[in-house]
Design a protein around this ligand. Structure first.
Ligand code: NAD
Ligand code: WQD
Length: 335
């Protein structure tokens, strides 16, 4: 079964391509490499033993229709392609609205026109803001997003919901990812931040590797046990598998629209640093700094709905993810 994977050369997309191929799907990537590298395809070939087909086009452009026309029997799509940097989204709001929202509209039109109804959308825990009650369930009310990026995800969720309500043939799922970290255990694919990483774990691995001098822990005065902020960090391989489960669920006629995809556990920034040091036997030079504007204090997911409905749950630990993140970082150093 052919599944289009927009953004399939990116961090989460590439890991999902691996899991789709392992589950017997035929993933077809649409990616113009605006935030990824062509050599990711070599890693995919080495892991899967297959040449994954790729269309190098902008998926918010009309060229997307050509892919559906050429491939003919596409069953659906997983839509990863988007811009994702919270800070940058404030500086470039129109880029974010244009890419994130228009690509979703374009893809939905194609799915409807070419009768490819399966649709898995990459949403984010960022749509919840700082929730009043933890853990967050899919019923937790959304707050106005803190960032332009977060707003694009809220808008796209509404676009999907409204399209569904219009009665067209669409079988959608919105996956709200918590904090994806780690890499494939083979160290052949992983996260490739450009420039200074925004996210915690790539900053940790680059500091341990000596690329960055010091990690700043953003705040130790939060009302949490050790004062640093808490997130639900999920291994990217577990996250990738959630997409396979989502497709299986849709094929069986599952009708639940929204799922939290996390581990169900929160870990603080300092716990991440300590676990990384313990599991890898390396030191991370860090200092305590001010809170980062816009950060929330704590969040973690209730993922029981995904387990009940889709039979999916995270299997890998924080230590697994941090070990694999370090393996990936070291493989980059060797190149
Ligand atoms: P990524 O930047 O590594 O991957 C996105 C891929 O999409 C890249 O390969 C990029 O080249 C491609 N792309 C972007 N716009 C495109 C376009 N118009 N046409 C063709 N290709 C395009 O990002 P990621 O971390 O893999 O994130 C994937 C999705 O998951 C995004 O929608 C993101 O918002 C969402 N998400 C990510 C996180 C996270 O922390 N990484 C958390 C929650 C949600
Ligand atoms: C995690 C924790 C930081 C860097 C973001 C997006 C979210 C989602 C995932 C896409 C926080 C702390 C970080 C550093 C630090 N992306 N930190 N020093 O902010 O939870 O979520 O990425 O959807 O939408 O907002 O992830 O990895 O940036 O930060 O202390 O150098 O690490 O303050 O507590 P975040 P993160």
């Amino acid at each position: 079964m052919k599944i289009l994977v927009t953004g399939g050369a990116g961090y989460i997309g590439s890991h999902t391509v691996v899991e789709l191929a392992a589950a017997g799907y035929e993933p077809i990537i649409v990616d113009d490499f605006r935030n990824s590298e062509r050599w990711v395809l070599n890693g995919l070939r080495e892991i899967t033993g297959k040449d994954i087909k790729i269309y190098e086009i902008d998926c918010s452009s009309e060229a997307l229709g050509d892919v559906f026309r050429q491939e003919k029997d596409i069953a659906g799509a997983i839509h990863f392609a988007a811009y994702k940097a919270v800070g940058e989204s404030a500086a470039k709001p129109l880029d974010y609205y244009e890419n994130n929202v228009l690509s979703t509209v374009r893809l939905l039109r194609c799915l409807i026109q070419y009768q490819a109804p399966l649709f898995v959308f990459s949403s984010s825990a960022t749509v919840y803001g700082q929730p009043d009650v933890l853990p967050v369930t899919e019923e937790t009310p959304l707050k106005r997003a803190e960032s332009v990026y977060g707003r694009t995800k809220q808008i796209c969720e509404d676009v999907v919901l409204d399209t569904l309500k219009s009665g067209v043939n669409l079988k959608p799922i919105l996956l709200r990812y918590f904090n994806p970290i780690g890499a494939h255990p083979s160290a052949k694919i992983g996260e490739l931040p450009r420039g200074v990483p925004n996210n915690l774990v790539p900053f940790v691995t680059q500091t341990a590797a000596g690329i960055r001098e010091v990690l700043t822990v953003f705040g130790n005065d939060y009302p949490t046990p050790d004062g640093s902020a808490i997130r639900d960090y999920i291994h990217v391989v577990d996250l990738a598998k959630a997409h396979v489960s989502a497709l299986g669920y849709l094929k069986k006629g599952g009708r639940q629209l929204v799922f939290n995809i996390g581990t169900g556990h929160g870990n603080s920034v300092l716990e991440v640093v300590r676990t990384f040091e313990e599991v890898n036997g390396v030191k991370v030079n860090y200092r305590i700094g001010a809170r980062r504007p816009g950060d929330i204090e704590k969040i973690w997911a209730d993922c029981s709905l995904a387990e009940r409905e889709m039979g999916w749950r995270a299997e890998l630990s924080l230590a697994d993810a941090l070990r694999d993140a370090w393996g990936w970082q070291q493989s980059l150093k060797r190149d």
